[in-house]
Design a protein around this ligand. Structure first.
Ligand code: GAL
Length: 954
């Protein structure tokens, strides 16, 4: 005998989008129609398979006394039931579309509700689910009202006839896996559950159904044209514009346009017989003209980020405050665009983009990346049976989001290969909405798209594309270029942002890009700090590849975000020591500079001695001016380094930042520093087992520095090792050489220090060594030369590489331990970390930090926290002056401990503060999913000499 267990689960493995839902429509909040949020605590029962339990729970009166509870919106795996799984592109189940495993965690959700007393007796009602992963079947008061897939898309059901004044029983069965999972293979956690709002909406007779606001802007006449097409006839009013027209009627009036820079919205109302719907109208025209993306007649430059929805405790169940925080953080960091990778976000996020101003690429909930493992065989996007599901997804996105002025581009999805289904989606979208462009990165022929889009292309290729030398299919050659993903922000990095930006600003065809990605998807974990792939015992996972954002999981900006803010600043302030002027350039696409106030300040040895306002004309976009600086406020004392800092600040508070918020800055050097000279006047003196030289003492046998004055120093020696960053290690699939693994192969983490000679001379102590790894012939001939003028101690390190070095060095400098050092003060780059290709945001000045605050909390510990271009630093009772400038790190653990740690919780402070003073570090790059550092940021082994002057700090 053979039988299938139950017909009730057939919809789970059915390629169709579902059954019973209403046609998709615009998402809006009515002014006057009643609604009831069904968010809150729901009864919950988890079953290991899709049909382990019958569906009698949906029948009113079912006893749920022994059920658990979960919060809706929410994911049950983040509420103590089962656990999350992280994979990048591998399906965590056998690829046998549309079948899914028998082990299919299934969450039964139940909520009993009463209608509010004033719920209207007439009219209909709609039950709306804004997001359920991955497949749901719904019963209201025992009646099966339908099922659906399409996790990050809304589904509505007509339920008026089923409602009772009280005791309504809403039952939702959610399966983790379904045919829909094959279309949702995005690089993120698999998180089942009802993770967006559930709402009951009253639909009065004559309610507005679906409507489409068409609001364009003619940049030649300065007029906006408005027409609202609506299923239900009504009137459209926009009081500020004296507009009062019927739906379907076109009106043209002078308006101020909407842009991401000046997000001008006009409040309006659509009034039908049954309800009033608030409208927020932004007039703007998006077009492909002269091979460029133009908005309101102007080519725009995307300074974007890819945003997944993420909260470290709630996963993709985001509250409004978190969404707002994302938009505010973006605006405050000069980001002007967001790609909603890789699914339509909660609709409230788009309201915020309209209101605060961000260009949006709205991406459909579609990715079939796992099929790449079988050369895309059986890819659903190239199989007609799946096309209805794809079209359903396209329609649900477009219909829901079509009234947002911020949405300028529709994206078909991400990493889904190529196929007829994508073409069908593009054709449907174009038929429905001619006012926006279509994007999809996965088809390099650009057959269905208006933009040539790529991810992680290297700088040199981007430049070729910018110059139009990339060839390719004819259609593609005519299209503008966008990097829909670049600058992989995993761990320390991304490096090379400034180099990309320079290209974007140099070639018209390059219309910017979107950094991958906005936020680390670390999950708050009681023992580990933040958990990543593998921390929940997944059999397949991709480790910390899920932590690759510009924000840490708790939304603290990483150094990468500060770097990005500086690189994309909309005002450029430059100058050199010659002119007594600064050159100010307005790099906005639309706004003049009238919203900004400029301020100068003057620094002597890093300290600001005076500041004042700097009048700058309200330059139009693209304009520059040479602006005269005042006379230097003080005579520089001999040898002091002086400079101007000019900052552009918000002249008044905006919706996204208060008055005084810094938008851009630049520095202009005046007098250069003079490096402290140390006359070699003192003589090394041998006494007992020590050699003393000026304020210092050394071990007479090994030549090791023991103390400078009263400050004990341990383990001072050459250091070339850093705990490899995710970008040093690189992604396994990279075809370019990856230095992290090579560094380990060549033993740079286990260098041996051979002592060749300790030579006290007339005016110097010279210590000769050879630093080299076991098993290899390469080495670094290293000479430490110590001199003193009696109070100060100068160390000159001379390094001569020997043998055939096939790799650059991670770092080159010295390291030593100090017994005490709680805080550091320095004159140099700050306040945050900087490496050779991530140092745009590092501002020269005088900074102070505790040792603890110097650490950057990358979710997977790795090299971090270096302060660059340091003239001098004071810590632990010592002052160190660099000749030339240096970079330093200071930590309560060794580099070896940092290297061994997998989570922040592995780092426990020891008694010693380990200090690295680096002559140089190797660049960072973004090889965790892109190019490594550009060759100009390599730290190549070559004969090198550098010095430090130590003295006791006052
Ligand atoms: C891209 C993909 C993203 C993410 C990124 C690496 O290929 O579109 O979703 O996986 O790589 O972090």
């Amino acid at each position: 005998m053979s039988f299938r267990t139950t017909a009730a689960v057939d919809h789970v493995e059915d390629v169709s989008p579902g059954r019973g839902a209403l046609p998709p429509r615009a998402w809006y909040a009515s002014s006057d129609a009643a609604s009831l949020s069904l968010n809150g605590r729901w009864r919950f029962r988890l079953s290991p398979t899709a049909d382990a339990e019958d569906d009698s729970f949906a029948v009113p009166g079912h006893d749920t006394g022994d059920w658990a509870e979960v919060s809706v919106p929410g994911h049950w795996v983040l509420q103590g039931h089962g656990s999350p799984i992280y994979t990048n592109h591998l399906y965590p189940f056998p690829v046998d579309p549309p079948r899914v495993p028998t082990e299919n965690p299934t969450g039964d959700h139940l909520r009993v509700f009463d209608l509010p007393r004033d719920w209207p007796a007439d009219g209909d009602a709609v039950l709306r689910f804004d997001g359920v992963e991955s497949c749901a079947r719904v019963w209201l008061n025992g009646t099966d009202i339908g099922d659906f897939k399409g996790s990050r898309l809304p589904h509505e059901f007509a339920v008026g006839r089923l409602l009772k004044p009280s005791g309504n029983v809403l039952a939702v069965r959610v399966h983790q896996w379904s045919a829909g999972s094959y279309l949702e293979d995005q690089d993120q956690w698999w998180l089942p559950g009802i993770f967006r709002d559930v709402t009951l909406l009253h639909r009065p007779a004559g309610a507005a159904g679906d409507f489409f606001v068409h609001a364009s802007y003619d940049h030649v006449t300065g007029e906006g044209t408005l027409r609202v097409d609506s299923d239900v006839a009504g009137r459209v009013t926009v009081p500020e514009l004296d507009v009062d027209v019927a739906t379907g009627e076109t009106v043209t009036v002078p308006v101020e346009p909407w842009s991401a820079e000046v997000p001008r919205l006009y409040d309006g109302v659509l009034a039908t017989g049954g309800e009033r719907v608030p409208l927020r109208v932004g007039f703007r025209t998006v077009a492909l003209r002269d091979g460029l993306i133009k908005v309101n007649g102007k080519a725009i430059l995307f300074k974007g980020v890819n945003r997944h929805e993420w909260h470290p405790e709630r996963g993709r169940a985001l509250d409004l405050g978190t969404m707002r925080e994302d938009v505010l953080l973006m605006k405050r960091h000069n980001v002007n665009a967001v790609r909603t990778s890789h699914y339509p976000p909660h609709p409230a996020f788009l309201d915020l983009c309209d209101e605060l101003g961000l260009w949006v690429i709205d991406e459909c909930d579609l990715e079939t990346h796992g099929f790449v493992e079988q050369d895309w065989r059986d890819n659903p996007v190239d199989d007609d049976r799946w096309t209805p599901a794809l079209l359903d997804r396209a329609a649900r996105m477009v219909e829901r989001d079509k009234n947002h002025p911020s949405v300028v581009v529709w994206s078909l999805g991400n990493e889904a290969g190529t196929g007829r289904g994508l073409t069908a989606m593009a054709e449907w979208i174009r038929g429905r909405d001619t006012s926006r462009l279509v994007h999809y990165e996965g088809d390099v022929t650009c057959r269905d798209t208006d933009v040539y889009s790529r991810m992680y292309a290297f700088h040199d290729e981007v430049e070729r594309i910018g110059r139009g030398l990339d060839g390719g299919p004819h259609k593609r050659r005519e299209l503008p270029f966008v990097l829909c993903e670049y600058a992989h922000a995993m761990g320390n990095g991304p490096g090379g942002l400034a180099d990309y930006q320079k290209l974007f600003e140099s070639y018209d065809r390059l219309q910017g890009g979107f950094v991958w990605e906005w936020i680390d998807h670390g999950i708050a974990h009681p023992e580990l700090g933040f958990a990543y792939g593998g921390d929940f015992g997944e059999e397949l996972h991709d480790g910390n590849f899920v932590c690759d954002g510009l924000l840490f999981p708790d939304r603290r900006p990483s150094p990468g975000l500060l770097e990005y803010k500086k690189v994309i600043e909309p005002v450029r302030i430059e100058g050199d020591r010659t002119g007594g002027t600064v050159r100010v350039t307005n790099r906005h696409d639309f706004a003049d500079l009238s919203a900004l106030a400029f301020e100068w300040s003057y620094q002597v040895d890093g300290e600001t001695v005076e500041s004042g306002p700097l009048p700058v004309p309200a330059l139009a976009p693209g304009e520059s001016a040479e602006v005269k600086l005042p006379e230097p406020p003080v005579e520089a004392a001999g040898g002091a380094e002086t400079r101007w800092t000019v900052r552009a600040l918000l002249a008044a508070g905006t919706a996204w930042a208060p008055w005084g918020h810094e938008v851009a800055w630049g520095q202009v050097p005046v007098a250069a520093r003079s490096v402290p000279s140390v006359a070699a006047a003192a003589r090394p003196v041998l006494a007992e087992r020590l050699i003393t030289l000026g304020p210092a003492s050394f071990d007479a046998r090994t030549g090791a520095l023991r103390a400078v004055g009263g400050v004990q120093v341990t383990g001072l020696r050459l250091d070339v090792w850093r705990a490899p960053t995710d970008n040093d290690d690189g992604a396994p699939w990279q075809s370019d050489v990856r230095f992290g693994p090579l560094w380990r192969k060549f033993g740079l983490h286990r260098m041996r220090h051979r002592l060749d000679a300790v030579e006290p001379g007339d005016d110097a102590l010279t210590v000769r060594t050879r630093v080299a790894p076991a098993a290899w012939e390469v080495g670094l001939d290293t000479v430490y030369r110590w001199t003193s003028d009696g109070s100060r101690l100068r160390l000159t390190v001379s390094v001569t590489p020997e043998g055939d070095w096939a790799v650059p060095l991670p770092r080159l400098g010295i390291r030593f331990g100090l017994a005490q050092a709680d805080s550091v003060t320095w004159h140099g780059g700050g306040p945050g970390e900087a490496y050779p290709d991530t140092r745009s945001a590092s501002r020269l000045g005088r900074w102070t930090s505790t040792v603890d605050d110097l650490q950057t909390p990358y979710v997977r510990p790795q090299e971090n926290g270096a302060r660059a271009d340091v003239r001098w630093a004071r810590l632990g009772g010592l002052r160190v002056d660099g000749d030339p400038e240096f970079s330093f790190t200071a930590r309560r653990w060794t580099t070896e401990q940092l290297d061994a740690a997998t989570h922040l919780s592995d780092l426990t402070p020891g008694d010693t503060v380990w200090v690295n003073l680096d002559h140089r570090q190797h660049g960072i790059g973004s090889q965790s999913c892109g190019p490594g550092p550009l060759p100009r940021y390599f730290l190549r082994p070559e004969p090198t000499e550098f010095s430090f002057v130590f003295s006791q700090a006052d």
